[in-house]
Design a binder for this molecule. Structure first.
Ligand code: B3K
Ligand code: ZN
Length: 871
């Protein structure tokens, strides 16, 4: 497959002001008649007669130009190439497709008896021939007809402008979307659906009909989604000044979907996972995820739809910005401190490893073979962090929201356009007055910057020297220094005085900054609120970290100090650098810090629960492999796992009394109590610690929690703990859970995940057995992920000494690739981390990648990921 490069961008030589589509819908066969009004693009010089329309797996039955049959066309690699004589024409093409055979779930596909579409990034070309690129904007008029029984509801983008009865039990609807849009935002849905509806009145008085469409049996679980939509609409008006622009907003939930959701204009299509929620079937985290994804897709209406991307290299223009917008929204709704920590945790678990591995790429990539592979944590989450830094630079210390001036200008200047990341940065500069020349390197350079921090007590304060390095990544070496904002403060360990916060800006490879003291024993609090997505290497005294963990006034810094203490100890222990005494000392320090977290009366339980989470194993692997600049030290996943479990055991034993005291406080807080959420979080954390220190006790505790639960958070938390134990209660409760929820796909997904993610020593054989379970299928992405993504993220099982975990994931990739390449390719990255892992395992991982690479007929998606991982 060819490599597509950012530098090769050329505008399309034609414009397509109007597109008319006529769908005769059927599950096994759908006929699509397209009518495109086209004109030469006045912005280009091309005089070539060629009109190239993208197609993927389509056959051409007939081409008409200006109302007459036309013969001068040919096919080229799936595309239709028509040679046109003049400056403007009407081109008509008819295609026939089979939605029921579409297991890749791109284009028009069948799910649970309904028909729906997914067009981003390049799915529209599987429906009809079209310039399927984001910089060709057109207004769409769509007629759809089909069986009234099968498809009582017919939906498309924009507004419904007509409907009626047809022959032989059919009916039809006609839709018109007044907003010009690229083909990737096209959507159509036909099925037997019911809606939960409530109007929203915008600030200028437009009454918007909002509908959440689901299958009848799911209707009772849609209130939260609808309320989340209303909250998002209000928030975007208040915070970004953005108002909705149609009289209708439809959300449809489908069970077979490759990702979370899709922001199609006026007709969002969602994975059921991000729509359906009630206390009996969804955890607190699920409720938050629904709210976050509903907001994200809604916010795309401005950051993505009104202003779209010029080409797919600009993806972070809409995704990074929209992730930031949804994060800020959730911070406002759920609480800033906890949400920020959660977002950093996600970044470190998913993006840092990507940035340190073979798939590393800048937030604005330079090349790709398959664009679906670039919907990554880097483009989304690091992209959001980069824009968040601009916001910090614009707003720090000021009274007004200066960043808003930049975004207002951006929306104003580029409304209706297909823009670039460069356009965005320039608008932020012009609107806020910032100077972002060097800052632009964040868009070009991949890799997580590392900042080594040294400090000495000087005459005028604390002299802090920062040395930054940006590691080499595939195709990029010897990178320039980044412009890095950091919020810092200097506290005093002795008096407990907390220093005032200031924003410093690093721009050089090495620089020294003097910071004012607040007392005689300075402790530096750095990268507060996680100002910048970097790795800080600081040589702080452990006692200083314990102080920060207990006392820092920045919640993130407090969390970070505790993480640092744990990371330090675990990495040193796993690399056999510690003797008996060193091990005991490391554990003692973590326990001291933990004690202050458990007993601090000022902390609310949500924050406490957050602080109680030890660093994830993936983060620890990165810390272990990455902390050696020479790159010689590799991660030892099983050692890390063992040490982390031991640390939990020691915490459980040492702090037994404190944990019991806390458990008594949180065990019976009612579900609806304002403190209920935090209590549930803490409760399950405690049970998980006891599972390591006193399994028998934990089994009793968790069984009680499971049996008495009146909500999914408690039930799932308890079952998670039980799943890791060799105890009769495990199988009993697993069965009870299954029996209770059989037939509810989203909850049965949880049942698969809990077993695949468990600490139980026999996970591998459990997963093998689950793959044979009648409820398991490779055809449903949620189900595949629920079993195998969970397994691939379960270090002790995935990294099994004999390589059986690697083989299982490679087998999944090979089996899934012909069915659903996009989802298959997502399983490559866990194996792709082989270079950071100790040599025996690395060899086994690499051998599996080579086995995949040697297989005939791989999809473009999987081929690209595997070859990059082996390069
Ligand atoms: N824009 C879509 C992602 C489409 C992914 C296609 N492989 C969802 C989102 O980010 O909102
Ligand atoms: Zn998005």
């Amino acid at each position: 497959p060819p490599v597509i490069r950012r530098e090769d961008y050329e505008p399309y030589p034609w414009i397509v002001p109007e597109t008319e589509l006529d769908f005769a819908l059927g599950i096994g066969s759908t006929r699509v008649a397209a009518r495109l009004k086209i004109k030469r693009n006045p912005g280009t010089e091309s005089t070539s007669p060629e009109l190239r329309l993208n197609g993927d797996g389509l056959t051409t039955e007939m081409v008409m130009v200006d109302g007459a049959r036309f013969g001068d066309w040919s096919m080229d690699e799936g595309d239709l190439v028509v040679n046109l004589p003049g400056e403007s024409h009407t081109v008509e093409i008819v295609t026939q497709i089979d939605p029921s055979a579409n297991t890749a779930l791109m284009g028009l596909f069948a799910s649970n008896g309904m028909l729906c579409t997914q067009c981003e990034a390049e799915g529209f070309r599987r429906i009809t021939f079209f310039p399927d690129r984001p910089d060709v904007l057109s207004t769409y008029r769509v007629k759809m007809s089909g069986s009234k029984d099968r498809f009582p509801i017919l939906l498309c983008n924009g507004n419904k402008v007509g409907e009626g009865e047809g022959d032989g039990g059919t009916h039809w609807a006609e839709w018109h979307d007044p907003w010009p849009k690229p083909s990737y935002l096209f959507a159509l849905v036909a099925g037997d659906l019911v809606a939960n509806s409530a109007p929203f009145t915008t600030r200028s008085g437009r009454v918007v009909e909002c509908n959440v469409w689901v299958r009848e049996e799911d209707l009772a679980r849609t209130d939260h989604a609808l309320q989340s939509l209303h909250r998002s609409m209000k928030w975007d008006e208040d915070v970004f000044g953005r108002e909705y622009d149609l009289d209708l907003y439809n959300i449809v939930a489908v069970s077979d979907f490759n990702m979370g959701a899709m922001e199609n204009k006026g007709l969002n299509v969602f994975n059921t996972k991000y729509v359906l929620a009630d206390p009996d079937t969804a955890t607190d985290a699920d409720f938050d995820a629904v709210e976050g994804v509903i907001a994200h897709e809604y916010f795309h209406n401005w950051s993505g739809n009104r202003i779209t991307c010029r080409d797919w290299f600009q993806l972070s223009l809409k995704e990074g910005f929209t992730v930031l917008r949804d994060q800020l929204f959730s911070q406002d709704v759920q609480g800033e401190a906890v949400k920020r920590i959660e977002d950093v945790r996600i970044l470190r678990a998913a993006q840092f490893p990507e940035d340190a591995g073979p798939l590393a790429h800048p937030i604005r990539p330079d090349s790709y073979r398959e664009i679906s592979n670039f919907y990554t944590a880097t483009v989304y989450n690091k992209g959001a962090e980069v824009i968040r830094m601009m916001r910090t630079l614009a707003n720090f210390g000021g009274q007004v929201d200066n960043f808003r001036k930049g975004t207002d200008l951006y929306f104003d200047r580029h409304d209706g356009e297909a823009a670039t990341c460069e356009d965005f940065i320039t608008a932020i500069e012009d609107g806020t007055g910032l100077e972002l020349a060097q800052f632009r390197r964040w868009y070009r350079q991949a890799g997580t910057p590392r900042i080594a921090v040294r400090q000495t007590l000087g005459d005028d304060g604390l002299d802090v020297t920062f040395r930054q390095t940006v590691p080499d990544t595939p195709g990029q070496r010897n990178k320039g220094a980044m412009h890095i904002p950091l919020r810092v403060a200097v506290h005093c360990r002795e008096t407990g005085a907390l220093g005032a916060e200031q924003l410093i800006e690093l721009r050089q490879d090495e620089q020294t900054i003097t910071l004012p003291l607040s007392g005689p024993f300075p402790v530096l609090s750095i990268n507060r609120g996680f100002t910048a997505p970097v790795i800080i290497e600081r040589e702080l005294d452990s006692a200083d970290l314990v102080f920060l963990a207990a006392k820092d006034d920045d919640p993130f810094a407090r969390y970070e100090a505790l993480q640092d203490l744990a990371v330090r100890h675990l990495v040193a222990a796993a690399s056999q650098q510690l003797d008996q005494a060193g091990r005991a000392e490391g554990k003692r320090l973590v326990c001291d810090a933990f004690r202050s977290i458990l007993t601090d009366p000022e902390l609310d339980h949500s924050m406490r629960g957050e602080l109680m989470m030890l660093p994830s194993e993936t983060y620890l692997f990165e810390a272990m492999a990455g902390s050696d600049p020479a790159g010689i030290r590799k991660a030892e996943p099983l050692e890390i796992h063992k040490e982390r479990e031991q640390l939990k055991t020691v915490i459980g034993v040492t702090l037994k009394r404190e944990l019991e005291g806390l458990y008594a406080q949180v065990a019976d807080v009612p579900y609806d109590d304002p403190a209920g959420r935090g209590a549930r979080k803490v409760k399950t954390q405690i049970a998980a610690l006891f599972a390591a220190s006193d399994p028998e006790r934990a089994a009793i505790m968790a069984s009680r929690q499971f049996d008495q639960a009146d909500n999914m958070t408690d039930r799932q938390g308890a079952l998670m703990v039980l799943c890791g134990l060799k105890h009769p209660a495990r199988d009993e409760r697993l069965q009870a859970f299954y029996d209770r929820y059989q037939g509810n796909a989203l909850v049965i997904d949880k049942w698969f995940t809990l077993q695949a993610l468990s600490l139980h020593p026999d996970v591998l054989s459990h997963v093998k057995a689950l793959a044979e379970h009648p409820d398991f299928t490779m055809k449903n992405p949620n189900r595949v992920r629920s079993l195998y993504m969970a397994f691939a993220g379960n270090a002790h099982a995935f990294h099994a000494q004999d390589g059986s975990g690697y083989r299982m994931i490679a087998d999944v990739i090979l089996a899934l690739d012909p069915i659903n390449p996009q989802t298959a390719a997502r399983f490559v990255s866990p194996l792709g981390r082989w270079r950071r892992i100790e040599s025996v395992k690395a060899g086994l991982m690499k051998a599996e990648l080579e086995r995949i690479a040697g297989t005939e007929g791989l999809s473009r998606d999987t081929f690209e990921q595997v070859s990059r991982s082996l390069d």
